[in-house]
Design a protein around this ligand. Structure first.
Ligand SMILES: [Zn+2]
Ligand SMILES: [Zn+2]
Length: 301
């Protein structure tokens, strides 16, 4: 399988001379394998370029098949959705998988961002066939030959992590999430209860163990490294993590390659590159490779 990074930034897209090496578009990753439906994970602003590339293949002829897997529907993960060209070619077929939550139907969640006065055309403008599939964290399912597993992440409103497997290869996409240390961020509103509440402590431990099991044996882990440890200490309730926590997870699970992802909008190229080099140096001699997700780059598994 081939995983291509089309958007690697978190929160909002950035245009600045100091992001040209790593990229300024928000979350979007495409997973492809010959003969299998294209998997598009999250639809931040990077989705526009992803759609352009897919139009050069079978999607341009109106015979493409693909599925969107959404971590959650915060802005930085959906803003490119209406700019995805293959939606406007009749014959293409898509399934949109996202967490079904609250009392709103999944299609309505996506229709909302396209409604006037926010946008000039709605989902009815799509010429491709689109199925909407509400999923729940912990669920496993197949998309063509892909096996997909899901896990609950620690984020306001709850996000979903994905493990995509084909043959003996596996790729884990894990953003947006805080470490499961002393807080449990929940649906609708986040909670921060004291450590002394045994029920919450037990739930946090259980979720943390589930994440450790989830990444075990993965070839590649793409992980939310939005914060440095110092930044995390100030805003733990934002629901983002650090390279330290991701590397801990990767090492305990015997992961081969760890990618820093969902970069802070003000983390410039030299800062990110220096940071990743520093972590890689500290891990010198270990089996884990520490890398930086860069827009436009791909990893082969
Ligand atoms: Zn995000
Ligand atoms: Zn988010």
């Amino acid at each position: 399988m081939r995983v291509t990074f089309y958007g690697v930034r978190g929160s909002f897209p950035v245009a600045h001379p100091k992001v040209t090496q790593v990229g300024g578009n928000t979350s979007c990753v495409v997973v492809r394998a010959p003969g299998a439906p294209a998997l598009i994970i999250d639809a931040g602003t990077g989705t526009r370029a992803a759609g352009r590339d897919l139009m050069r293949e079978e999607f341009g002829d109106g015979v493409g098949e693909g599925a969107f897997l959404f971590s959650h529907t915060h802005w930085d993960h959906i803003q490119g959705f209406m700019f995805f060209e293959p939606f406007f070619r009749a014959g293409n077929r898509f399934t949109v998988c996202a967490r079904g939550s609250h009392d709103r139907r999944l299609r309505q969640v996506f229709a909302g961002q396209a409604e006037s006065p926010h946008f000039s055309y709605g989902l009815d403008a799509f010429k491709a066939a689109v199925d909407w599939r509400a999923i729940k964290e912990g669920e496993s399912f197949s998309i063509g030959p892909w096996r997909v597993r899901t896990v609950r992440l620690n984020h306001p409103g709850v996000a979903i992590g994905y493990r995509v497997e084909l043959g003996d290869k596996s790729f884990v996409y894990m953003t947006d999430t805080a470490p499961y240390d002393d807080q449990l961020l929940c649906e609708g509103f986040h909670e921060r209860k004291p450590d002394s509440d045994p029920e919450v402590v037990a739930r946090i431990r259980e979720c943390g163990r589930a994440l450790e099991e989830f990444v075990t044996g993965a070839d590649v882990l793409l992980y939310d490294t939005f914060f440095t440890p110092e930044q995390y200490a100030v805003n733990p309730h934002w629901g983002h993590s650090t390279p330290d926590e991701g590397i801990r997870l990767a090492r305990q699970g015997g992961v081969r390659r760890f990618y820093n992802y969902h970069h802070h909008p003000e983390a410039w190229d030299d800062v990110l590159e220096g940071r990743v080099k520093d972590y890689a140096r500290r891990l010198g001699g270990s089996d884990l490779e520490v890398l930086l997700a860069r827009e436009g780059e791909a990893v082969e598994l």
